[in-house]
Design a protein around this ligand. Structure first.
Ligand SMILES: [Zn+2]
Length: 124
């Protein structure tokens, strides 16, 4: 058993999808959110990503300076406690607390937060 990287549900046979360039192993339900990559194409996709890396680095999106405040504000607007919000997003409350305090998490976590609050945490 592994966990769906979007909703946290236990899945026996996760599907790999491409969501805005982030590869995630997800359950059938969350699969609808992104493009599924057939197993046989996965190697090609990964290879292409490696080749494109220098270009990707140049164009890497900048996380906004005030991302932690945006995340906290979005939560407070919804009257959620850190524990409740973290649980709904499938991340740990202590991680959310650190993020709201200015810690920059990995892209997957940021993506979960953006999706949950419908935010754009990146500069163009
Ligand atoms: Zn899921």
């Amino acid at each position: 058993m592994s966990e769906c990287e979007v909703c946290g549900k236990a899945v026996s046979n996760p599907r790999r999808i491409d969501l805005d360039g982030v590869l995630l192993d997800v359950c059938d339900e969350c699969m609808k959110l992104g493009k599924e990559i057939p197993r046989e194409r996965l190697r090609t996709v990964l290879k292409r990503r490696i080749v494109k890396e220098p270009e990707f680095e140049q164009k890497e999106r900048e996380l906004r300076d005030d991302f932690s405040r945006m995340i906290r504000d979005a939560r407070e607007e919804r009257n959620l406690k850190q524990e409740e919000a973290a649980q709904k997003m499938g991340i740990s409350p202590s991680l959310l607390r650190r993020i709201e305090g200015g810690f920059k998490p990995d892209d997957k976590t940021l993506w979960k937060i953006q999706r949950f609050y419908n935010l754009n945490l990146y500069d163009k």
